[in-house]
Ligand binder design. Structure first.
Ligand code: ATP
Ligand code: PAF
Ligand code: BAL
Length: 275
């Protein structure tokens, strides 16, 4: 397994391979990432994983500085599952000068997480487009845990006719239901014990929808209030259609998404429901 730190090293590696599949990450790898990588391995013989904490997608006062950077441990995990290369550039390598051109995603990027993280999806779309140009994969794998991100990337690839197939991986959870996330490592033992409540509230809504309940506003409010009672600060609990528009009475497949904070740690999750 090669660890590539520079664009020149990446190019030299890339020309030696035909079709590659690509899993972009911010590192601090867990079983959720490894599941995406296994999916990538099923689709193309050569797999490259990027590890890059992208400053463009963090707002002022967010957790860019404390975001865990664990390249050595990540490389050991990736080597054990037999990937071909890691691309782990420095910020200066990926942005040798301040980025001047940005991908502006559509209005969807200003709703849900985008309403609480202004500019976040512009930063995500911009770095993903740049990574796509550098890596030139035929397949790229993203997790459904970041469903809004997945939707925005799919739209970007469609609108720019980017010749890459986007594959979505299921959300991998701890046994108590908590979606695995690098940010779970920030939780104190007390917060970790509370953390599965976000998923529980989403699955409660899922069950209610499947049982025929259609008072979306009430379902969202009940879930928010249940979390607030336990000490969460809730950014949103939202019942949408699969394109992430607010659900209406014609909707028959729903995405139920939530973002909420336990002290300084912000967690997101989502589940799907079908009538
Ligand atoms: N539990 C999970 N199951 C499946 N995929 C996941 C999971 N968590 C993250 N991913 C996916 O891994 C890719 C890289 O995400 P990232 O490195 O930000 O991990 P993360 O654990 O979500 O960290 P963060 O705390 O920043 O949200 C994304 O496509 C994301 O959707
Ligand atoms: C896609 C991504 C690697 C872009 O920085 C990031 O948003 C993530 O890890 O989900
Ligand atoms: N997994 C999404 C990356 C972020 O929260 O910045």
């Amino acid at each position: 397994m090669k660890i590539l730190h520079t664009v020149a090293e990446l190019h030299a590696w890339r020309v030696q391979h035909d079709q590659v599949s690509f899993v972009p990450t911010m590192g601090n790898l867990h079983e959720g990432h490894l599941a995406l990588i296994k999916l990538a391995q099923q689709h193309a013989p050569t797999v490259i994983v990027s590890i890059f904490v992208n400053p463009l997608q963090f707002g002022a006062g967010e957790d860019y500085t404390r975001y865990p950077r664990t390249l050595e441990a990540d490389a050991a995990k990736l080597s054990a599952i037999g990937i071909d290369a890691i691309f782990a550039p420095s910020v200066e390598e990926l942005y040798p000068q301040p980025q001047r051109y940005f991908i502006t995603p559509p209005a969807l990027a200003n709703t849900l997480c985008g309403a609480y993280r202004p500019g976040h999806f512009e930063g995500v779309a911009t770095v993903v487009m740049k990574l796509f140009q550098l890596v030139q994969p035929t397949i790229a794998v993203f997790g459904k845990k970041d469903y809004q991100q997945l939707t925005i990337i799919r739209g970007m690839v469609e609108d720019f006719a980017v010749p890459i197939t986007i594959i979505a991986g299921e959300t991998i959870r701890a046994t108590d239901g908590l979606a695995l996330s690098s940010r779970n490592g920030f939780l104190s033992p007390t917060e970790r014990a509370l953390a599965p409540a976000l998923y529980q509230q989403l699955t409660r809504i899922q069950q209610a929808l499947q049982d025929g309940e259609r008072d979306y506003a009430q379902l969202q409010l009940n879930a928010s209030n249940a979390l607030i009672k336990q000490g969460w600060q809730v950014d949103y609990i939202a019942i949408c259609d699969t394109q992430l528009n607010p659900a209406n009475l014609e909707t028959s497949s729903w995405m139920i998404l939530g973002a909420a904070r336990l002290e300084t740690t912000r967690l997101i999750d989502n589940v799907m429901a079908t009538s």
